[in-house]
Design a protein around this ligand. Structure first.
Ligand SMILES: [Zn+2]
Length: 336
């Protein structure tokens, strides 16, 4: 069974956040990672779920560093939502442990384990969510990656929910395919309504117009027009510095927009040459290869140009600082 590296887990996590909302960026940290998700800061530790190697073959676990509860506690005190997440590559499901129970345990050990169930993770693939209460009264929730947003928005309520309620939610979400717009179900836990919203930006029509005009409606990476071109933000719009200015914009076709947003491609400004170089992000490529989702890479790479196509007017060029900040916010420079 392959064990994912830290960067792979980072990509799994970031991809799951992006399935939930386009209002997300990476703020910093090195597992725990800190993201800004719809104006809310979230600090997440993520670990590989693997067999606990005990007699019970259904028992799986992740290992956590001993100082994790303290780190998370401090983040929580400063206002972050914190949680501990496990990912099983085999099942392609998450498990998450109640952060409040987590924060008080195991002082002074070098590392420790928290446990989940293989059967529950498998069940969550078809049903959306599954739950398990361990011998310490720790309420573990297992869910599909596309439901990470549901968890983040409702974590407290979900950990307090009784099994029966979670099953109702599971029945509801079991039918929902990822990426689909999700209606709000009328399920309440302790008078709190369980909800899932997906934030889509109201795009500024002026920003779009300005960027497309500057680039002559051509993709800055492949020069295609055909009305397949959009105005992309270099520093993500959700970021405080993600402005609607031309220096923070790039005209990109659908393919290259998506490649840019997921950090598969990034742009480097080389000052002494005045060049804007297009690079593949090796960490993202490695991750996709590991997940078995790298078909077409060769022809994709072959068609890739080395430099950006830019507007005629220098004033309309992307601002170098924005490129650097945008790369960081997409986790481009993380190494495993
Ligand atoms: Zn393109």
């Amino acid at each position: 069974m392959p064990i994912l590296k830290k960067t792979d887990l980072f990509h799994v996590l970031f991809d799951a956040f992006r399935q939930h909302t386009n209002s997300v960026y990476f703020e910093g940290g090195d597992n725990p990672y800190r993201f800004c998700l719809e104006d809310k800061f979230v600090t997440v530790f993520i670990g590989n779920i693997h067999p606990a190697r005990r007699r019970d073959v259904d028992e799986y676990r992740i290992q956590c560093p001993g100082n994790l509860p303290k780190t998370l506690h401090n983040k929580k005190m400063s206002g972050d939502t914190v949680f501990v997440l496990g990912f099983s590559e085999d099942v392609h499901a998450f498990s998450v442990w109640d952060p409040d129970k987590f924060l008080v345990r195991n002082p002074g050990v070098r590392r420790f384990s928290v446990y989940t169930r293989l059967s529950g993770m498998k069940e969550s693939i078809s049903r959306g969510l599954s739950t398990y209460t361990d011998t310490n009264g720790q309420n573990v929730i297992m869910f599909r990656p596309d439901l990470l947003g549901l968890y983040v928005e409702n974590s407290t309520a979900l950990h307090q929910a009784r099994d029966r309620t979670l099953r109702r939610i599971a029945e509801f979400y079991g039918d929902i395919q990822s990426g689909q717009q999700t209606p709000v179900p009328s399920i309440k836990i302790n008078r709190r309504k369980i909800r899932l919203t997906r934030t889509q930006y109201s795009r500024s029509p002026k920003f779009r117009q300005d960027v497309l005009r500057a680039y002559g409606h051509k993709c800055a990476m492949c020069e295609i027009q055909l009305d397949l071109v959009d105005a992309a933000h270099i520093v993500p719009h959700a970021h405080p510095k993600g402005s609607d200015t031309i220096g923070n914009g790039l005209a990109l076709c659908v393919l290259h927009h998506r490649s840019f947003d997921t950090g598969l491609l990034y742009v480097q400004y080389v000052k002494n040459q005045g060049d804007y170089l297009i690079h593949m992000n090796p960490a993202r490529v490695l991750h996709l290869q590991k997940m078995g989702r790298a078909d077409g890479l060769q022809s994709y790479e072959k068609q890739l140009r080395s430099k950006l196509f830019l507007p005629d007017n220098y004033d309309l060029f992307p601002a170098p600082d924005n490129l650097t900040l945008g790369n960081t916010a997409r986790g481009v420079f993380l190494e495993g």
